[in-house]
Design a protein around this ligand. Sequence first.
Ligand code: ADP
Ligand code: MG
Length: 247
Amino acid sequence: MVEPVLQIDNLVKSFGALRATDGITLDLKPGEIHALIGPNGAGKSTLIHQICGTLRQDSGTIRLAGEDIGALSAAARARRGLGRTFQVSSLAPEFSALRNVMLAVQARQGSSFGFFRPVMRDRSLIDPAMAILERVGLSDRARLPAAELSHGERRQLEIAMALALQSKALLLDEPMAGMGPEGSKRLTGFLDTLRQEAPILLVEHDMDAVFALADRISVLVYGRIIATGTVEDIRRDPAVRTAYLGD
Ligand code: ADP
Ligand code: MG
């Protein structure tokens, strides 16, 4: 059996009396896109926050490449290779796309994001950063300030930064949100190739994208996974159709 890159077991998070995640177990295998779907309020974002460490779980374990990371800070988890799309506010909007990625490359090399040595002429940062921008299809945007990129391009830039941090696994919470059909299509194509570099846990409401991309789908309802399976399994599952797909 293939070792999962990410393995989470029995994660629980309560907000007062509400169990937002109520014993969630799932894994992410090399090369796969595992989609997590479910109605609003199901606990999808809470789960992503627990995995990346911005929310501490009440109980349960999180393993990345075999290592238990559940007690580490979010920053330490990122350094171990847990990538997620940054909130837009985490991009430096006045800096070029290239510079944003260079800062991520620099962070990977050991300096913190906040420490600005004169990086703009440093080939050891420029070359890998340009290669990554090319990889995500943004090389012609490299010199534009992040603020001037389209919504979809900013998402691509966030993913570029996760790649610059050499993530072993990517957590994407609704990357298609706020995108038009063109942007969603482009991002879908991009994510399709990205899985080769790092498997992706994809929270997404855009079912066209989910059905096009997912190797497996898990359905989350009221903090619990009610089904996990292939696209065909999930489309056929009567409990899923009732609880979520709405027919
Ligand atoms: P989803 O991403 O699936 O829409 P969330 O994980 O955002 O769902 O929310 C799950 C449940 O937890 C919701 O009922 C939400 O209101 C609640 N919740 C989320 N974050 C908090 C918080 N910080 N404090 C209290 N309740 C929260
Ligand atoms: Mg959410």
